[in-house]
Write a protein of this length. Structure first.
Length: 349
């Protein structure tokens, strides 16, 4: 998409998003031994459940990890709100659980408080963190660095993709799934291919919309959440992430000519249901943009990297999405690197 006149290569957000394939290659190489050791430890002493702890984009990455753990590992996984310890002073029982904290900065007090509570109660605490000198890295027993390097844009891109890859690498080594491990080796090249996909067909509709749904299901729901967040923070669009299953329970009555739907889809067990949703939306004359494997017809059908492992597919989709949202922000007269009232590090209590 970098040849489109609406897109400037001068934004830090776009430059950093384009660094993601290199970041992931570095992460997979550097963390392989850590993940093998952690996977062996988890196989020897399987946790009864898992807990995730994160905010913002990192929480979207934690959603991806939750689906991976529940679908592939059969491990019930709960996202615990950090405020239960930092505000309410409760101490959830997490003994022997796998505790995953995901953070770019590793400096938010509420995340630290819940991580400390988990470790004090006997959970195996693992930090997926970009800043390995951070308090979170010191608090958790095991650290899986994201290796994203300095991220200047307020909107996280390469660190988010790195967090997805880190969670996937952990699950692949824990399960010793040879097919998934082989797919993981191809991830940097797949991300490079995804970064070259031209999604500018969606630009006119998104740039003119003030409200929309971003729909995903299963593993794709995490990147729907991330896409909606980026549309909010960079472009000032009221975008809401919605499960394809939940959309038809009422919310789709909001959709219409000025309230489009962006569908993020992957070729797995969710595809039939997502295809049915796209068909029904088209029958209702709702503008639909399809990204991924779902069938049309749609207002825009965006190209994607096909023929890849379904666990990899959502990561490729968000890689293709970042240049688009950069363009949408600029088309709406906004600077994606400096959204109003936002800072790079948000320290919540």
């Amino acid at each position: 998409m970098t040849n489109d006149p609406q897109i400037s290569s001068s934004t830090a957000m776009l430059r950093e998003a384009q660094e993601a394939p290199e970041v992931v290659a570095r992460l997979l190489s550097s963390n392989a031994a850590l993940c093998r050791d952690l996977g062996s430890r988890l196989r020897a002493s399987p946790p009864p459940f898992a807990v995730t702890c994160a905010r913002g984009s990192s929480d979207n990455a934690a959603t991806f990890a939750k689906y991976l753990l529940e679908i592939h590992s059969g491990l019930v996984t709960a996202s615990v709100g950090p405020s239960v310890t930092s505000v309410y002073a409760a101490r959830p029982r997490m003994r022997n659980a796998l505790f995953l904290a995901v953070s770019q900065s590793g400096r938010s007090p509420d995340i630290l408080d819940l991580a400390k509570a988990g470790r004090d109660d006997g959970a195996l605490t693992v930090a997926l963190v970009n800043d390995t000198t951070s308090p979170l890295a010191s608090t958790c027993e095991v650290v899986l660095p994201l290796h994203a390097g300095k991220e200047h844009s307020v909107a996280a891109t390469k660190s988010f993709i790195a967090a997805l890859a880190a969670g996937l690498q952990l699950v692949a080594h824990w399960s010793a799934d040879e097919v998934l491990l082989a797919a993981l080796e191809k991830l940097p090249e797949i991300l490079h291919q995804a970064s070259q996909k031209d999604w500018s067909a969606a630009l006119p509709l998104l740039a003119q919309s003030d409200n929309l749904f971003v729909v995903g299901r299963g593993l794709g729901f995490a990147v729907a959440q991330e896409a909606a967040l980026k549309l909010k923070e960079t472009s000032g669009i009221h975008a809401e992430a919605m499960s394809a299953a939940e959309l038809m329970h009422g919310p789709w009555t909001l959709a219409g000519e000025h309230f489009p739907i962006l569908v993020m889809s992957q070729r797995d067990e969710t595809l039939a249901g997502v295809n049915d949703l796209v068909t029904r939306l088209n029958e209702q004359n709702v503008p639909v943009i399809v990204a991924g494997a779902a069938d049309g017809p749609a207002r825009a059908m965006l190209p994607f990297v096909d023929g890849i492992h379904p666990f990899i597919a959502p990561i490729a989709l968000i890689q293709s999405f970042y240049p688009l949202v950069n363009a949408v922000a600029q088309a709406r007269g906004r600077n994606p690197d400096a959204p109003p009232r936002l800072r790079k590090v948000t320290e919540t209590v």
